[in-house]
Design a binder for this molecule. Structure first.
Ligand SMILES: [Zn+2]
Length: 408
């Protein structure tokens, strides 16, 4: 095997920023632009970040170096190595697209040091926001992307109608990320990817994660997305198990998304972990309440005084809220603020009740797993098992949204 070592330090000094414009997608108006989708969209998924050393292997590799605008083809099996530790650049500068690699076979193998994965489509290498590191981006068609994602975000052995519901949710989420250019906006500069494969966005896999079942679910719903009553793509969220009722985005993240409705869910109870419980001491509670007020997550007249004694109880009128009292002050707080502060491992979901232990500590007793917004995966599993199809499953969790097909 022949190595081709590429050192970017000189090239980066040129400072040429390749635009993302070669991508077919440059839409900004998500509402109207979904009408312009003509074929299967291609998306750019960041599959690894901040690597020192990357090797890409493929047959008859075609390699483009964007900074020097040079292209080269190699015949036979070839490995190209990127030594990113030799890249010299400032920390936190905007990611630069360095190289694109493709193979006529459509399949590339990427060695990321500890792990090796095979990917359909192209592999792009960009600089990372960390100095002397590179990111790996997979440019892949939507249905191939979803075929790997379903094995990671759901379970490839689940009934195909549950997988199809998940495919529509994940496709809508990914298209929204592409068209809104949300990731570039958050970075404050154009980045060469649409979303990342991580729990922050949604987790996709490599070519070997795909199964006939996940491929069938992706292809069987090709082009299908959910839109709201204004015809807009919304970020469609999903979670493992709501525990009895779903939540609105604004109850968890504070920004509302048009088209959501919280629904009762009688389907998920018999699946997944049955319940969870955690205790929080009065000292931790006091710190938490002060943090929540400082962050603007709830609005009492004044902050609690040290040792004043904070009382927390379920709100009588809403299962999503708590009533926090101390001295002459009482204010309502969304339950999700607890999970944001104490973390996902201590609070498995936003669906819980509060009681007091004999020690005076508060006890949180909950159901469900995940944020509780949108599609409940355990509920989708049960509905599919009972014979509901993916359209019925989606109609249950997104009653105000409509299923449309935006490409064939
Ligand atoms: Zn549920």
């Amino acid at each position: 095997m022949v190595w081709s070592r590429i050192k970017f330090s000189m090239l980066i000094a040129v400072g040429f920023l390749p635009a993302h414009a070669q991508s077919a997608i440059s839409f900004t108006d998500v509402a109207s632009k979904i009408k312009e989708v003509t074929g299967i969209p291609t998306l750019r998924v960041r599959v690894a970040r901040a690597l020192e050393d990357i090797k890409v292997t493929g047959t008859d590799l075609a390699r483009t170096l964007h900074l020097s605008k040079s292209s080269k083809s190699f015949s036979g099996k070839k490995t190209v190595r990127f030594e990113c530790s030799k890249v010299s650049r400032k920390v936190n500068s905007a990611p630069l697209l360095l190289a694109s690699l493709g193979s006529p076979t459509g399949l590339l193998s990427v060695d990321k040091g500890q792990t090796q994965n095979k990917y359909l489509g192209k592999i792009l290498i960009s600089t990372s926001t960390d100095a002397q590191r590179c990111d790996v981006i997979n440019e892949i068609d939507m249905e191939s992307y979803l075929s790997t994602l379903l094995a990671k975000e759901m379970n490839s052995k689940w009934p195909v109608e549950a997988l199809k519901a998940q495919a529509v949710a994940a496709r809508t989420y990914a298209l929204h990320k592409i068209y809104s250019k949300e990731v570039s906006k958050l970075h404050g500069s154009e980045v060469p990817f649409d979303l990342e494969s991580s729990e922050k966005h949604q987790v996709s896999g490599g070519f070997l994660d795909e199964t006939p079942n996940t491929r069938a679910a992706a292809m069987g719903t090709a082009g299908e997305v959910l839109v709201n009553d204004r015809g807009e793509l919304s970020p469609v969220f999903f979670h493992a198990k709501c525990g009895g009722h779903t939540r609105l985005p604004e109850q968890v993240w504070q920004n509302s998304v048009h088209g959501y409705q919280a629904v009762e869910d009688p389907y998920c109870n018999d699946h997944g972990k049955p319940s969870w419980r955690t205790e929080i001491s009065t000292e931790r509670l006091e710190k938490f309440v002060n943090w929540s007020k400082d962050k603007g997550y709830f609005h009492p007249k004044r902050a609690p005084r040290a040792g004043e004694g904070i009382k927390v109880q379920d709100d009588r009128w809403s299962t999503n809220r708590l009533r926090v009292s101390y001295g002459d002050t009482t204010a309502l707080m969304e339950k999700s603020v607890f999970r944001r502060y104490f973390g996902r491992s201590e609070l498995r979901s936003n669906n819980f009740h509060i009681r007091y232990a004999a020690t005076g500590d508060i006890v949180l007793e909950g159901n469900g797993h995940g944020h509780g917004v949108g599609l409940c995966q355990m509920g989708a599993l049960e509905m599919a098992t009972r014979g509901f199809n993916h359209k019925q499953i989606l109609a249950h969790y997104f009653p105000k949204m409509k299923l449309v097909k935006v490409y064939q």
